[in-house]
Structures are given as structure tokens and as C-alpha cells.
Design a protein around this ligand. Structure first.
Ligand code: AMP
Ligand code: ZN
Length: 138
């Protein structure tokens, strides 16, 4: 059995404040919220990151995110959302079980946008990068 805090939440060893749940997805309130109603959405099976989860479950996760947002909308009526995940240590991932953060946003909350996470685009121009991608198959 893998020693993972979010697996312990899905199997009931650690309690949570559930926002949304279905057969394959669980969404619960973040214990250190950065916004009112800050929620994390996880697949119930252990996968460290987006690459590790099969596409069928990624589809379920996406629907779970939408339903979680609908529930937050109903309960808290935020004005908007930032939704995303930290993948990898360098990006700030602390818990190695894929989790999508939903940050409800409210007028005047003082927060930024995705663009405020990082502003270090590197040396290559967008055109140079475009050529690299064009030259690469999937
Ligand atoms: P990350 O930096 O993306 O790995 O975020 C991990 C998130 O999990 C943080 O926002 C933590 O506050 C949250 N977290 C850790 N343990 C728990 C827990 N037992 N219940 C709810 N949220 C948790
Ligand atoms: Zn896990």
C-alpha cells in the first residue's frame, strides 16, 4: 500500500470536507485555503501527475472538475475561478497524487491571474520555439 496522504483521504483513513464525489473522483476543501472555497479535485486511483493517469480517467476527472465548480457556484456564488495544478517539484507540487486546484475568485479579492505564477520566458523567441514544435512529431 502506497504511503500517500490523498490515497488515505480516498480510503477514509483521513477525514475530509467533501465538495463533490462520484465513483472515480473526489473533491474536497483544501486544508490551507488560498481562497474561500479553495478545493482540490483528485482521481480516486493513485497517479502522480497528468501524464500518469489514463485518458478515460482524465475524462472523468474533467467532468468532476466541472461538477465541483457547479457545486461551488451553487454554495458560494463566486465571481470567477482559477483552475489548475502544480506538476513537479519545480512547479510547487508537494503532494505526489494528482490534484487540480479550484480557486474561486471574488471581486476585490486582490489575487492575480495565471500570468502571475511565472514571468521568465527564456532566451528563445516565440518564432524559434514555434519552429521547434513544427519540427517535432507527437
Ligand atoms: P500542491 O502544492 O499542489 O501539492 O498542493 C497540495 C495541497 O494539498 C495544499 O494546498 C495543501 O493545503 C493541501 N492538503 C494537504 N493535506 C491536506 C488534507 N489532509 N486535506 C485537505 N487538503 C490538504
Ligand atoms: Zn495517492
Amino acid at each position: 500500500m502506497i504511503d500517500c496522504i490523498f490515497c488515505k483521504i480516498t480510503n477514509g483513513e483521513i477525514p475530509n470536507y467533501t465538495v463533490y464525489e462520484d465513483e472515480k473522483v473526489l473533491a474536497f476543501l483544501d486544508i490551507h485555503p488560498h481562497a474561500k472555497g479553495h478545493t482540490v479535485v483528485i482521481p480516486k486511483v493513485h497517479a502522480e501527475n497528468y501524464f500518469d493517469l489514463n485518458e478515460d480517467l482524465l475524462g472523468h476527472l474533467s467532468i468532476g472538475i466541472k461538477r465541483t465548480m457547479e457545486k461551488i457556484d451553487k454554495v458560494l456564488s463566486p465571481d470567477g475561478y482559477n483552475v489548475g495544478w502544480n506538476q513537479g517539484l519545480v512547479a510547487g507540487q508537494v503532494v505526489p497524487h494528482l490534484h487540480i486546484h479550484i480557486m474561486p475568485r471574488y471581486e476585490g479579492d486582490g489575487g492575480g491571474s495565471m500570468h502571475s505564477i511565472i514571468n521568465s520566458a527564456g532566451e528563445k523567441t516565440v518564432e524559434e520555439l514555434g519552429k521547434l514544435f513544427a519540427a517535432s512529431s507527437l
